[in-house]
Design a protein around this ligand. Sequence first.
Ligand SMILES: Cc1cc2nc3c(=O)[nH]c(=O)nc-3n(C[C@H](O)[C@H](O)[C@H](O)COP(=O)(O)OP(=O)(O)OC[C@H]3O[C@@H](n4cnc5c(N)ncnc54)[C@H](O)[C@@H]3O)c2cc1C
Length: 396
Amino acid sequence: MQHEYDVIIVGGGLAGNCLALALKDTGLRCAIIEANTPEQLANSPAGDRALALAAGTVQQLEELDVWQGISTAATAIKNIHISDKGHFGKTRLSADKEHVAALGYVITARDLETHVAHSVTATDTVQICPARVVGLESDAEVIHVSIQQGEETQTLTAKLLVGADGGQSSIRQLLNIAQHITEYGQNALVTTIKSTLLHKNTAFERFTASGPLALLPIANNQCSVVWTRTTDDAKALMQSSEADFLAELQACFGYKLGRLTLTAPRRSFPLSLICAEKMRANRAVIIGNAVHQLHPVAGQGFNLGLRDVVQLAAMISAQHQAGSDIGAEDFLTDYAKARQKDHDLVINFTNNVIRIFSNDWLPLAAARNVGLTLLDHLPKAKSLLSRYAMGLEQTD
Ligand SMILES: Cc1cc2nc3c(=O)[nH]c(=O)nc-3n(C[C@H](O)[C@H](O)[C@H](O)COP(=O)(O)OP(=O)(O)OC[C@H]3O[C@@H](n4cnc5c(N)ncnc54)[C@H](O)[C@@H]3O)c2cc1C
């Protein structure tokens, strides 16, 4: 195996693999280290979750030559319907009114992850898996990366190490980057339903006293369900019979789509907000969930992570073309500065959605309903919200 690289990426999830694709034509020698085998990744239950992709994300995936090969597996979101159970507020966003083909797209994580992983195998990127990073040490020239593969340990070097190893990032830990964790005491229940009425490419976001419920349109008139409940409720709902689960889901969502039936197993994901205190350390940077693991309520995690990828790849490419060091401290500081505002904005937005809509205190409930109702009558504000949902306003 080759031991010297320009860029070593740790983590072959969406962020790490998309970065490898974004760097494929730069002439840089890249390697990806992934802890799981392709079979383990393809069969992981976590692959069942649906991802709502903003229009801006789809544009970026097109530029990476990813979207062209997978777009048929995605469903366009033509309308977004936001409502508040037990209150009068509701609002609708529409692609037609925004003069765009779609407000976003929904795709099963497994489909996108598998396609992106296959695309990487067609590049010169060296894939090292299953393997884990067990030690890091940097000097003025390179970073030394010790990896363990089975019983064997060896050391690779790179000018830059990128940690894209997810919410439980071991790279973040090895770099001694502190993390702030907010436990929400909630789980996301994920499943798929079929309805007797057509979803008409509408994504439903329903805020209820027991937590937000999203129904995202997918193929064959099915919807992917992301239902946030307290940890105790989630446990009970996972253990309940299919009929009881469905009855509770139907009671929460109502009959806007007619009668619902389950078409996939139920999965439960514990939810926490993990924010790394900084994005960089000596000759290393962390991206994607390794730096920000968000609550899925606003569907922003991968959308935000891909913007890390695109920015980092563009800056690495320019730095390399200029003949400068891609692991230099001031270069990585510039990258971190360039990303900070977007991170803060999305984290605040997500937290505000959770705070405002999880609270049933009467004045707040009234205020949010007035907000939703006003929004329905204020075309400019609605247009702004649509553009935010589409991922076109993230830097404002
Ligand atoms: C229920 C749910 C719904 C969601 N909905 C949306 C949505 O609608 N829209 C959206 O944009 N986002 C959504 N997200 C978030 C999105 O799934 C994540 O932001 C995204 O998948 C993170 O990608 P990543 O590559 O950064 O991390 P990961 O997907 O966690 O990938 C990390 C990779 O690193 C590997 N790894 C871990 N440790 C090591 C190690 N020590 N050494 C080597 N490799 C390692 C792992 O095996 C994995 O392959 C949702 C998340 C959940 C849980």
